[in-house]
Each structure stands twice: as structure tokens, then as C-alpha cells.
Design a binder for this molecule. Structure first.
Ligand code: AMP
Length: 856
């Protein structure tokens, strides 16, 4: 109701009148009824109407019109129509235009007109007429109604346009679309894929002039990890996956696989189950089926031949078989033969002895389980037939011949080298000391080219070609060990240039080495000071005996030794940047994280090599890493008097040994349990030193305080700006339980992964949780962030185990803190993924800042 601001011209023509309809509801009308007067021309102009971007608009009129015949006096002037016009304009300035500028839309006639009678009966004969106008080109328009002598009441004028309303079709969202200007026009509209969906074929639809969507083309598909529900893409729940947009819906993980994450595109195989890379993710994970039927073939007093059937249902092509065998009750010393055939002959066996065999197959998915044990016995000596007994004699004589030949060649070779002052105590010498081969724990037997044979001793599983470290102490004469592993260099080949450091036994110099037929190159020269004792000489050269056994790009390389003249020297490759701790301190903050991780990767790779060799370093620390001009880090310092007389960091423990406390694992300090796992602990400290540019671990804390704090479960906090992944790795290296620490090969692959994916290094340890001068508690979970076991399990989506935990007495967070992997298995948490999730969460909770820890 109210003044619409419409203009009537002339003023006594159209009138704005408030009325009531037949139901007595108030209505607002414009009326004109000059039927008695000649020459009527009454205009009613609307105010400006925006077309809101539409190019075709519709006008619906509701009006009543008086039947001329019902009027008294047969009036020639009475009309039963009126005219409707429009005028386009971008703004309201067009108001004052002349009538003849308006464009006629139509003459409007009434379908029904009313009479006096209707008025009396209060019957409203309302007419509805709709007209459309277009194409419109301006922002708006005026309407005008011209009366030329009718009796009209305009009850409603509705102006509208049509649109196709926003809709989702085939997972594409189509926006509100105003119809085209032409009444037959179809507008092509592109759709946008809904969240978590991708275009399959560009989605399009057509909007008709009537505002209806027609002819959908193309579609979107829910991306991998999401499925379609009610026109949206819903995430696949844990335990379900969708591998490709084209898969119709999330499917349950196939047998023996799992996923703990939402939106999984594939499921992981459970432990010991595999899937080939070429297998689709819908395929179940399987385990290679073990070799079951093993049959003995020919047996002599020194050999046993075996054959077996390919497993019934291998999960892929069998690439090779691994045959493990050992003398019965001597399992610590076993041999492994790899063969592509289903037959082998194990030779070199003892007569009349029982041997145990186990076979497993390898496919692209990995190794299957070993078969059950098969036991066969070699023939006793006396039982040998005359034919067979000939064979060993021939073999023995051939072997003796080979050995003699080797000794002669070795002798000739070493002699000719000595002539040039660069004699190798060549590895051929080993042939002259058969006992060494045994100690080496590795030999390649004469064998089928399809076979590879390795011996193992005391659990040192060796990769093909990797030897075992031999402790020089096992030699009665230490000089023999030096010459076994180190080349003798003539002093005249060496030019000493300057002193670069001080070692325990004398100065360390830089210089140059010129060997026959080679270019001169820089070396480091360690000298043994004059007046040494025999023990000092032995210990000094011991380092060379150890170093000489190693050949790896991240282990300092021994060039040779000078023992035949004085001073006695050890010559190694030259590392331009000296020891890593000093170098980092000098270049504080100068390297990118990737460069630092590269250094750590090198050290880990060197340590992996040492641990594969069975060598435990015991003094791994940044001061014992050397770094060259290419920033390649190499492990050095292989003192023979391992425990570390020469390390100024080493302190005497209560049990008498000297140990570099800050770098050493608790079990090595407490009961001298030095292993590769204790080297891993030290490696964690080296990581910390590297990431903090040579900061002293535990700062100025006393050794006693360090031992106590570590024993109580405190650990070094993250260095500043340290990627979270690296700090986590440090914490892993500092696990109290040495078996839970990562192995060096795992550390290498972890660092490789980080290097390959540098964005993973962007997440730094939260500055607020990294408080320098405070140690980090690495001890059992306190009350923690969770109020109950249920709340905790729910939070990590393992709520299904709440009841089992409660029933088994793990009702508080403190009790949960004690849970081990074993406990989880006992509780029936058998899925490896669930075990990992729970153990990882416990581990995370254990890393909490200690409030009020004494500043160091
Ligand atoms: P070491 O007795 O092995 O601890 O050596 C003492 C110091 O001599 C080290 O801290 C290094 O600064 C330096 N040094 C030892 N070996 C080398 C080398 N191969 N290249 C460069 N500097 C070395």
C-alpha cells in the first residue's frame, strides 16, 4: 500500500484508489472511468524498473473492466480496451519523455467485463493478461498504461523475468541463469564440478526461454577416495577405498589389507601380505605360498642334492628360491644359496652329518615364508662307493693346486709391488690363510652361474659381496693385521706440507702423495711421535688395520701406512674442511636444511656400511666425522683401543671404561652393551649436533647429570628451526629400548625420502614447544591431554578397542602408558595398522615438555 510514485497525466485521469476486494481485503488500485467524456487520453507512467540483467521481461496485469453495454445511455465513447507501452532507459532520467517516444507493447482487452449486477453481488471479474518484451538492451525501463475512454481498475502489475534456477546435475553445479532474449533461445551453460569431484567430460546444460534446464552433456566424477551421495562427493571412511574417479563407490579394503585414513585411494597390505605393483588395488593381498614338497636327490658324503616343486599358488612369477641350510644343532652358522632352479646341490658338507634345509620363494612381492625344516644326512665315510671316493681326491688335489698357484701368484705380485715401494699385502694372501676365510664369514663357492652362495656366522647376515670386519686383536701379530689390510707406502712418496691437527699419537699433517703411475694428490698424514712404546705403535697402526678393511664413500679412505721407516705414518684421503663439529661452528646458520640433511645422509650411509660389516664404532660424534670441500661427510676415528683413550670427551665410568657419555646410549654406559643400536643412539646425537651447528649436547650439564636425566627419560629438545621429521628421527634414535631404535638402513631410506620430498622438511618443530635450556620428557604418559582411555582411543579412531582396554585393566591414561606392542597383540589388536596407530599415539604423548625442569 502507499504511493508508488507513478505519474498520472492528465492529473484528473488515472487515480490511485484504496479499495477492498470481494473478501474485504484492502487493495491498492489505479482507476480511470471517463466513459462519459469524449477524446480520452489518460496516461499512467510507472517509476523506473531495473531489469536486473534480463533481456526478456514479462508483465502480468490484473485488472477489472466495465462492460460498456451495461452503462446507461448507449455511449459511443465507451471503450473496453487500454494500451500498454514501455520505454528503455539506463537510469531514471527518462521520466520526462514524451508519450510518443513510448513503444507500444499491446492493446489489452478484457476477457471478462463486469456489470452493475456484478457490483451489487460483489463479484470481482478479474482479468489476467501477460505480455513479454525483449530483447532489452538497457538497464531498465518504464511502463505506461494508456486509457482512451474505458472504465478500468488496475489491480496488480507484476514484472518479472525467467531464469533457470541453480541446480546440481551429474555432480556439476549450474548457476542461476537468466533466460535468453529470444523466446526460442537455448543458452548453453557450463557447470562447475562439486567439491572433491573432477571433470570427466566438460559438464554443460541448456537453459530454455521458459527457465527450464534441458539437455545435460558431460559429467563430473567423485575423485579417488570419494564417492557420490545425494549429489555430493562423500569421503571414503577408514577401511574403505576408491582407487579411481571411475570406480562407482567406496569399496571395503580387499582381504588382508587395511587403511586407517579417510579418503583412501588404496589399502595397505597387512604385515607379511603383498600385492604386486602391477596388481589393481582391488586385489586381495596375498602371501607367497610356501614351498612344501622338498625331495632329496643324490647324496654323497660331502653333498646333498635337493629338488622341490614350485608352490601351488605363487603370488606372481617366482624370481628365485633361497635355500638355507646348516648342520643340525649348529644353526648359528648357516649357508644360503640362491637359485633360479628348483634343484640345488649343497656341497662341502661333513660326512655322516645331518643337515637341516629350508626353502623359500621370492616373487616381485618379496619373500614368502620358509618351508618347514627338512632334514637329510650325508653318507658316512665308510659307506662311500669306490666311484664316489675318487671324486673328493680329485677335488682335493685340484683345490691344493689352486691354492698353491694362488700363493705363487700372490708372492709374485706382492714382490713386484714392493719393488716399486707400494706393496699391497694383497687380499690374495687370504688364500694362504684359510682360517681367515672362515672368520670372514663369507665365501663364494664354485657354483652354478644361476646360484649364489653365502655363509653366515653368528647371525651376521651379509649381503653378497659385503665382508665382515675382522678385529685386528684376533691376530697374534698385529703387524700381520696391518699388512693384511693396509698398503705399505714408501716415505719418499709423501710430501708433508703443514700441521693441521693433533692426534693422540702425534701430529696430523696435510701433504701430498705421489704413487707410481698416478697423479700426485692431497692426503692427510697421521704421525706416530718419537719415543713411542710398542703398545702405542700397535694401537696407532691398529686404526689403519681397521680403516683398511673399509671401502665406502662415507668412510675415510686409507691410502696406506709407512712402517718401514720413521716416523711411522698413516696416510688417508684429505678432507679439506676438517672435522664436522668445528666446521659447523665456523659456519653457523650458513646451510640449507637440504644440505644439512645431505650431510646426515652421508654419515648414516657410512654407518650402515659399518654395521653391515659388523663393526661397532662406539665413538660416533660430529668431532669424529670429517667433511671435504664438497660437503661429503665421512666417518673416521677407528681407534683400536676402543674404548677411546684418545677422545677428550671420554670419561671414566664407575666400571672403569672411558666413555663419551653425552654421545653414548644408556645401556652402553650402564653395562657396556655396545652394538650398532648404541651407534644409532650416538647417530641421533650427531643429528642434533648437525642441526644445531655444532652446539654441545646437553650444554654445560655435568656428565653425571646427563646420565641421570637420560635415565629418567629426558631427552634433548629440538634444535632451533629443526624440521619436525628430523627431530622425530632423533627421538626414535634415543629410544630407551635399543630394539625399538631404527636401523641405519632405515635411517638412510628415511633421509632419502625427506631429500626426495623437500616439502616434508617444511614443518618445523613448533617454536613454543621448543624451549632451549629445557630437556624434553620422554617418559610415560602423564594425565596428558586426554581425560580417559575412551576419549583417547576415540580421538585416534580406535574407539572399538575401548572395551578391551578397560576389561584388561588399562582404565587410566597412566596405565596405558605402559602398553607395549606385545600387550596390544595379547589384547587382540592384530591389525598391524592399528598397532602402529596406537603405539605412535602413545609415543607422541610421551614427548611432552617438562614444566619447571632445572635450567641447564
Ligand atoms: P684424529 O686424531 O683423527 O682425531 O685427527 C685430529 C684432527 O686432525 C681432526 O680433528 C681433524 O681436524 C684433522 N684430520 C684428521 N684426519 C684428517 C683428514 N683426513 N683430512 C683433514 N683433516 C684431518
Amino acid at each position: 500500500m502507499g504511493d508508488l510514485g507513478w505519474i498520472a497525466y492528465p492529473k484528473n485521469g488515472w487515480e490511485e484508489i484504496g479499495e477492498v476486494d470481494e473478501n474485504y481485503a484492502p487493495i491498492h488500485t489505479y482507476q480511470v472511468c471517463k466513459v462519459m467524456e469524449q477524446n480520452q487520453n489518460n496516461w499512467l507512467l510507472t517509476s523506473w524498473i531495473s531489469n536486473e540483467g534480463a533481456s526478456r521481461i514479462f508483465i502480468e496485469l490484473k485488472f477489472t473492466l466495465r462492460d460498456c453495454n451495461s452503462l446507461p445511455g448507449g455511449l459511443g465513447t465507451c471503450k473496453e480496451t487500454f494500451n500498454m507501452y514501455y520505454f528503455e532507459s539506463d537510469d531514471e532520467d527518462g521520466r520526462n519523455i514524451r508519450e510518443n517516444q513510448y513503444i507500444k507493447i499491446d492493446t489489452i482487452a478484457a476477457d471478462e467485463s463486469f456489470t452493475e449486477l456484478d457490483l451489487g453481488d460483489r463479484v470481482m471479474k478479474l482479468n489476467t493478461e501477460v505480455r513479454d518484451v525483449g530483447p532489452l538492451t538497457k538497464k531498465g525501463f518504464y511502463l505506461a498504461f494508456q486509457d482512451v475512454g474505458a472504465c478500468i481498475a488496475l489491480v496488480s502489475v507484476r514484472v518479472y523475468y525467467k531464469k533457470c534456477p541453480s541446480v546440481i546435475r551429474n555432480l556439476a553445479r549450474f548457476p542461476d541463469t537468466i533466460t535468453g532474449a529470444d523466446s526460442s533461445q537455448l543458452l548453453e551453460v557450463s557447470g562447475v564440478c562439486v567439491n572433491h569431484s573432477v571433470t570427466d567430460e566438460a559438464p554443460k546444460m541448456h537453459c530454455s526461454a521458459e527457465g527450464e534446464w534441458l539437455v545435460p552433456i558431460g559429467k563430473c566424477l567423485c575423485k579417488a577416495g570419494y564417492e557420490e551421495k545425494n549429489n555430493t562427493c562423500q569421503v571414503c571412511r577408514p577401511g574403505f577405498f576408491k582407487a579411481s574417479p571411475h570406480s562407482p563407490s567406496c569399496s571395503k579394503c580387499p582381504p588382508h589389507s587395511y587403511t586407517l585414513d579417510e579418503a583412501s585411494t588404496s589399502c595397505l597390505c597387512e604385515e607379511h601380505y603383498f600385492r604386486r605393483e602391477s596388481d589393481p588395488p582391488t586385489m586381495a593381498c596375498t602371501t607367497p605360498s610356501p614351498v612344501s614338497s622338498v625331495k632329496k636327490g643324490k647324496i654323497t658324503k660331502n653333498s646333498i642334492s635337493l629338488s622341490w616343486q614350485e608352490p601351488d599358488r605363487p603370488n606372481g612369477i617366482i624370481l628365485e628360491y633361497e635355500i638355507k641350510y646348516f648342520e643340525k644343532d649348529q644353526e648359528t652358522s648357516y649357508t644360503i644359496i640362491k637359485s633360479k632352479e628348483t634343484t640345488i646341490t649343497a656341497d662341502g658338507l661333513k660326512p655322516g652329518s645331518a643337515y637341516v634345509f629350508q626353502i623359500r620363494a621370492r616373487t616381485a612381492a618379496g619373500y614368502g615364508g620358509f618351508s618347514r625344516r627338512f632334514e637329510f644326512e650325508t653318507s658316512p665315510v665308510l659307506a662311500a662307493s669306490s666311484d664316489q671316493s675318487q671324486i673328493p681326491i680329485i677335488v682335493v688335489s685340484v683345490t691344493v693346486g689352486v691354492i698353491l698357484l694362488a700363493v705363487v701368484i700372490g708372492f709374485l705380485l706382492s714382490g713386484s709391488c714392493c719393488d716399486h715401494g707400494c706393496g699391497w699385502a694383497s687380499s690374495l694372501r687370504a688364500v694362504a690363510y684359510p682360517s681367515l676365510i672362515w672368520r670372514c664369514g663369507y665365501s663364494k663357492a664354485k657354483q652354478d652361474p644361476e646360484e649364489e652362495k653365502m655363509h653366515f656366522h653368528n647371525g651376521h647376515i651379509k649381503l653378497p659381496g659385503v665382508r665382515t670386519y675382522i678385529d685386528p686383536h684376533t691376530y697374534e701379530d698385529p703387524n700381520q693385521a696391518v699388512h693384511e689390510f693396509a698398503k705399505e707406502i714408501e716415505a719418499s712418496c709423501i710430501t708433508i706440507e703443514r700441521v693441521i691437527g693433533a692426534g693422540e699419537f702425534g701430529e696430523v699433517c696435510s701433504g701430498r702423495l705421489k704413487l707410481q703411475g698416478k697423479r700426485e694428490f692431497p692426503v692427510a698424514i697421521k704421525t706416530l711421535k718419537v719415543g713411542y712404546t710398542e703398545k702405542q705403535r700397535r694401537d696407532f697402526l691398529g686404526e689403519a688395520s681397521i680403516m683398511g678393511q673399509f671401502d665406502h664413500p662415507n668412510i675415510i679412505h686409507l691410502e696406506g701406512v709407512v712402517t718401514k721407516s720413521k716416523p711411522v705414518m698413516i696416510v688417508t684421503e684429505y678432507m679439506e674442511n676438517g672435522s664436522l663439529d668445528t666446521f659447523l661452528k665456523k659456519n653457523d646458520g650458513q646451510f640449507t636444511v637440504i644440505q644439512l640433511v645431505g650431510m646426515l645422509r652421508g654419515i648414516a650411509s657410512g654407518m650402515k656400511y659399518l654395521s653391515d660389516m659388523g663393526y661397532v664404532h662406539r665413538d660416533l660424534a660430529a668431532r669424529n666425522i670429517l667433511i671435504n670441500s664438497n660437503l661429503v661427510c665421512k666417518v673416521s676415528d677407528f681407534g683400536l683401543s676402543r674404548v677411546l683413550e684418545d677422545d677428550p670427551e671420554a670419561a671414566y665410568t664407575t666400571r672403569g671404561g672411558k666413555i663419551p657419555i653425552r654421545w653414548t646410549a644408556p645401556e652402553a654406559i650402564a653395562f657396556r652393551k655396545f652394538t650398532s643400536a648404541s651407534d644409532v643412539w650416538s647417530y641421533g646425537i650427531v643429528m642434533w649436533e648437525v642441526m644445531s651447528y655444532g652446539e654441545r649436547p646437553y650444554w654445560e650439564m655435568t656428565n653425571q647429570d646427563v646420565i641421570k636425566a637420560v635415565e629418567e627419560g629426558y631427552r634433548l629438545p629440538s634444535p632451533m628451526d629443526c624440521p619436525a621429521a628430523l627431530y622425530q628421527l632423533m627421538l626414535d634414535c634415543w629410544q630407551k629400548d635399543r630394539n625399538s631404535r631404527p636401523k641405519f638402513d632405515e635411517i638412510v631410506s628415511m633421509l632419502d625420502k625427506l631429500i626426495r620430498n623437500p616439502s616434508s622438511l617444511k614443518t618445523l618443530v613448533n617454536a613454543s614447544s621448543r624451549v632451549s635450556n629445557l630437556l624434553v620428557e620422554h617418559s610415560p604418559v602423564g594425565s596428558g591431554a586426554y581425560r580417559s582411555v575412551g576419549e583417547w582411543l576415540e580421538a585416534i579412531k580406535m574407539g572399538r578397542y575401548t572395551e578391551i582396554f578397560m576389561e584388561n585393566g588399562y582404565s587410566s591414561m597412566d596405565s596405558v602408558a605402559q602398553v607395549t606392542l606385545e600387550d596390544l597383540r595379547r589384547l587382540g589388536v592384530t591389525l598391524v595398522g592399528h598397532q602402529k596407530k596406537i603405539m605412535n599415539s602413545l609415543q607422541e604423548m610421551k614427548v611432552q615438555l617438562v614444566n619447571g625442569m632445572v635450567p641447564l
